[in-house]
Design a protein around this ligand. Structure first.
Ligand code: NAP
Ligand code: MG
Length: 503
């Protein structure tokens, strides 16, 4: 007998859930929801409608102080780090289950907060969040420390210890997933965390704090301080009692965190700062249809608001026209639509400022002489929201602004090359080094090119494939430190040597 299949929610179902959502907007400090000490709030705007979905606490330095004090108290009395790893594992597995149990609610919050399609929030973001927390939970009672080979007269232990209070400052493009990439390893290793979500997308992080408390995470171990970068974010960066900051966002703000560290207590900084990833298609590409589809989704997925977006399509001149026609026909199918419709593949741009920024780059591309082949317009203005068509430029030179700066929108720059060496040179001619991809049948070319590209991830004959078990992060001004995989633990732990004299 087969169980009756539960049908997937319809557009009307999602709209009803969005209408009924009553997002909480308070900070979460020391195990309870509180207003900002100043009483200030700011409106949280749904970018698909331009309308507020609720007010959010505008935390500043005073609230960060309170959150850090709560985190420090939790760390010092060992209520979390003192638990055996197997016990922390159980709590974090319950948290992962709680996220799964609230999947619909969290997906709706994510979509009304930052405009991504509900099918992405529901099928990609929230399940990956739960999987990430569960993966680090499962790992933590399986990683061993070391004994150094120092001979019979001593015992030298090399152990990892949690850093203390970790600040996590995150962006709006994958709000809860970027939080999870920090929280999974930071919490599993026994740290206390002060999390600042982006001002554009605080809702799911705020809700997560309560789900974590229900799972048994002790008070003070996870604190959430919504607010602005210049106030709450800066206060975390400069705080003398924060031991480490894990940041994802722009290179510009990443550099500020290095300064904050130098101006305060030399806290450890790890940075994931975006990219300008080359998506390279060689003349012997094994499957041009697949490559075209990957190139289109590589730039249009999540409205192009993806740090590793394949924003530069580098293609052998001999196959450029054929490939580009196929990419464009994918782009034509991806017109932006209501993010709450389950069939929507492209939603709203996160806010008006980002929309203006992206449109500014499109104008700059045209002015610099690139040839607009698809899109280029802001659409659906009647909704009150911010939507931009999938946009494709041909005839781009790598020194143009649209090929050098991170646009963070659905804008593809197509650049041709004549040889493998030229493709590698153009690929590396960027201040960033987050990701890259190569399509070729030639295994030697694939490996040689992968080695020559200065990027944290290189995909061969695919784009944006991955697993929580593989490290993610950048070279050059894409930052340093890695999210995901056991390597992420390095960011949140200190190494200690304990030398015991046995002589
Ligand atoms: P951002 O300014 O770098 O924001 C990332 C985080 O840093 C947010 O929580 C932000 O707070 C905070 N922040 C901002 N200014 C700060 C400051 N002076 N001190 C301390 N913290 C600060 O990124 P964005 O404004 O959201 O987007 C701008 C550009 O950054 C994008 O167009 C894109 O190029 C890049 N970006 C990259 C990624 C990525 O995944 N690598 C993600 C998002 C954006 P607020 O929320 O208050 O700004
Ligand atoms: Mg919002």
């Amino acid at each position: 007998m087969t169980a009756p299949t539960k049908s997937y929610p319809t557009h009307d179902d999602w709209k009803a859930r969005a209408d009924q959502a009553e997002p909480r907007g308070q900070a979460f400090i020391g195990g309870r929801y509180v207003d900002a000490a100043s009483g200030e709030t700011f409106p949280c705007v749904n970018p698909a409608t331009g309308r507020s979905v609720g007010d959010v606490a505008a935390c500043d330095a005073a609230d960060v102080d309170a959150a850090v004090a709560a985190a420090r108290a939790a760390f010092d009395d060992r209520r979390w780090r003192g638990m055996p790893p197997a016990t922390r594992k159980k709590v974090l597995l319950r948290l992962a289950d709680g996220i799964r149990a609230h999947r619909d609610e969290l997906a709706v919050l994510e979509t009304i907060d930052m405009g991504k399609p509900i099918s992405d929030s529901h099928r990609i973001d929230i399940p990956l969040v739960a999987d990430c927390i569960a993966w680090f939970a499962e790992a933590i009672d399986k990683v061993y420390d070391e004994v150094a080979p120092v001979g019979d007269d001593a015992l030298a232990l090399i152990t990892r210890e949690p850093m203390g209070v970790v600040g996590a400052v995150i962006p709006w493009n994958f709000p809860l997933l970027m939080a999870a990439w920090k929280l999974g390893p930071a919490l599993a290793t026994g740290n206390s965390v002060v999390l600042k979500p982006a001002e554009q997308s605080p809702l799911t992080a705020i809700r997560l704090a309560e789900i974590a408390a229900e799972a048994g995470l002790p008070d003070g171990v996870l604190n959430v301080v919504p607010g602005f970068g210049e106030t709450a974010g800066k206060a975390i960066g400069l705080h003398a009692d924060v031991d480490a900051v894990a940041f994802t966002g722009s290179a510009e703000v990443g550099k500020l965190f290095l300064q904050y560290s130098g101006q305060s207590n030399m806290k450890r900084i790890s940075l994931e700062c975006g990219g300008k990833s080359p998506h390279i298609v060689m003349a012997d590409c094994p499957d041009l249809d697949e490559a075209a589809k990957a190139a289109a989704f590589g730039i249009f997925f999540n409205q192009g608001e993806v740090c590793n977006a394949g924003s530069r399509l580098l293609v052998d001149a001999s196959i450029k026209d054929e490939l580009l026609d196929k990419v464009i026909s994918w782009g034509e199918k991806l017109a932006p639509a209501d993010p709450l419709h389950p069939k929507t593949k492209m939603g709203a741009i996160v806010d008006g400022a980002q929309c203006d920024r992206v449109m500014g780059y499109i104008e700059k591309g045209k002015a610099d002489g690139a040839q607009l082949r698809l899109g280029g317009e802001r659409v659906r203005r009647e909704t009150g929201g911010w939507f931009i068509e999938p946009t494709v430029f041909d005839g781009v030179k790598n020194d143009m602004t649209i090929a050098q700066e991170e646009i963070f929108g659905p804008v593809l720059s197509t650049i041709t090359f004549e040889s493998v060496d030229e493709a590698i040179a153009i690929g590396n001619d960027t201040i960033f080094g987050l990701a890259a991809a190569i399509w070729t049948r030639d295994i030697t070319v694939a490996h040689r090119t992968a080695r020559a590209l200065r990027a944290g991830v290189v995909w061969v004959n695919c784009f944006d494939h991955g697993s929580i078990s593989t490290p993610f992060g950048g070279y050059k001004q894409s930052g340093f430190g890695r999210d995901k995989s056991l390597h992420a633990i390095e960011k949140y732990t200190e190494l200690k040597t304990t030398w015991v004299n046995l002589a």
